[in-house]
Design a protein around this ligand. Structure first.
Ligand code: AMP
Length: 195
């Protein structure tokens, strides 16, 4: 199974990604984690990525593809992928679709974790206390990430809805309920329809 998870920062992608991956025997591929792993290396690439991540801006597409494409295709060659945080803009989605089509690894479904902005703000404050992520600490950065989500990532909802791939889950519910609702919706999609 190949799944794309969409949602604002703090919508629960990092929590639900591994749950979905386990359920479908796929690999959770987190764009944010892979980019943050590069930031811990003392390389020019890691330094550059850090500038964008700390500012709450999108890392340029060519860097994102350089870091993510290999993990995505290896996951696809195994039991599939659950992509968390990629694609994040229409341009990334179009490029990823073209490349995935060539490789025969396009997504089977897209799950949107819908959550109001105020819940995002509260969740990021608690995540900052729990995980100490510098991009969660600064309210200015949170607002920028929310703006980037609405302007760059939200248009993907129509892109995937038009392709018949979109499933929406109410992500303000407790995490176990969100997992159950997503899995039920995805299992429902993959069952052959009644005659
Ligand atoms: P996340 O852990 O998904 O919240 O991502 C943390 C940060 O990594 C984002 O605020 C961006 O700066 C960067 N990032 C993650 N995924 C992408 C992507 N697909 N394209 C560009 N930047 C990204």
């Amino acid at each position: 199974m190949r799944i794309i998870l969409l949602g604002a920062p703090g919508s629960g992608k990092g929590t639900q990604g591994p749950v979905l991956a386990k359920h479908f025997g796929a690999t959770h591929v987190s764009a944010g984690e892979l980019l943050r792993a590069q930031m811990t290396e003392s390389t020019e690439l890691g330094r550059l990525i850090g500038e964008y991540v700390r500012a709450g801006e999108l890392v340029p597409d060519e860097i994102v593809f350089e870091v993510l494409w290999e993990p995505i295709t290896s996951a696809a060659a195994g039991g599939g992928y659950v992509l968390d945080g990629f694609p994040r803009s229409l341009h990334q989605a179009e490029l990823a679709f073209e490349r995935a089509l060539l490789a025969g690894v396009t997504a089977d479904a897209v799950v949107y974790l819908a959550v109001p902005d105020d819940a995002v703000r509260q969740r990021l404050v608690s995540r900052a206390a729990r995980e100490g992520r510098s991009d969660d600490l600064d309210p200015g950065v949170t607002e920028r990430r929310l703006r980037v989500f609405h302007s760059e990532t939200e248009p993907l909802l129509d892109f995937y809805r038009n392709r018949g791939l979109l499933v929406t889950a109410d992500a303000s519910a407790p995490p176990d309920d969100v997992s159950a609702a997503m899995i039920a919706a995805l299992d429902g999609r993959s069952r052959p329809s009644a005659p």
